[in-house]
Design a protein around this ligand. Sequence first.
Ligand SMILES: [Fe+2]
Ligand SMILES: [Fe+2]
Length: 194
Amino acid sequence: METKTATKKSPAKKTTTAKTSAKASAKTPAKKNAAKQLEDLFEDSLKDIYWAEKALLKALPTMMKNATSEKLKTAIDKHITETEGHVERLEECFKALGKKAQAKKCDAMQGLLDEGKSIIEETEPGAVRDAGIIAAAQKVEHYEIATYGTLAAFAKVLKEEECLKNLLSTLEEEKKCDELLTKVADTNLNSKAK
Ligand SMILES: [Fe+2]
Ligand SMILES: [Fe+2]
């Protein structure tokens, strides 16, 4: 019985798909060439991370204020200064492209920051909250590392040398921040275990 039903439904589905794709292709404008598409994707991704860096700049002081470990506070403080530089480097990128610096809401960063906020709300001040703050901060850093790695690869293909230089400098700082957070996490958890 089940096989019969499936056989009956299958051709009907195919007809619908064929009709839909015929309609879609009739409405689709002339295709942009690959280089133009990559340029657009590059610019769009810059807007996305520009929003993300600015949102992070607002969230980091709250993370710092809620941390107990002096080492963690210092690490976050250092990264606030670096993040200001990341925003400036992105503005340099827009300038090099002859575009106005524009931010576009990054849902991924918003989600990561919301998660960080919940951790703070759900924990007591101390080593465990610190571990949660480090976890949230490292997720942010990993997101940034992935984004800047991709953006640098795009800039290389597009031969946007000025952008490439700036993106690689930021990428390096994001990686160092992530490494520093790992060290702080080890100390934090080890001291708690003792
Ligand atoms: Fe950053
Ligand atoms: Fe960062």
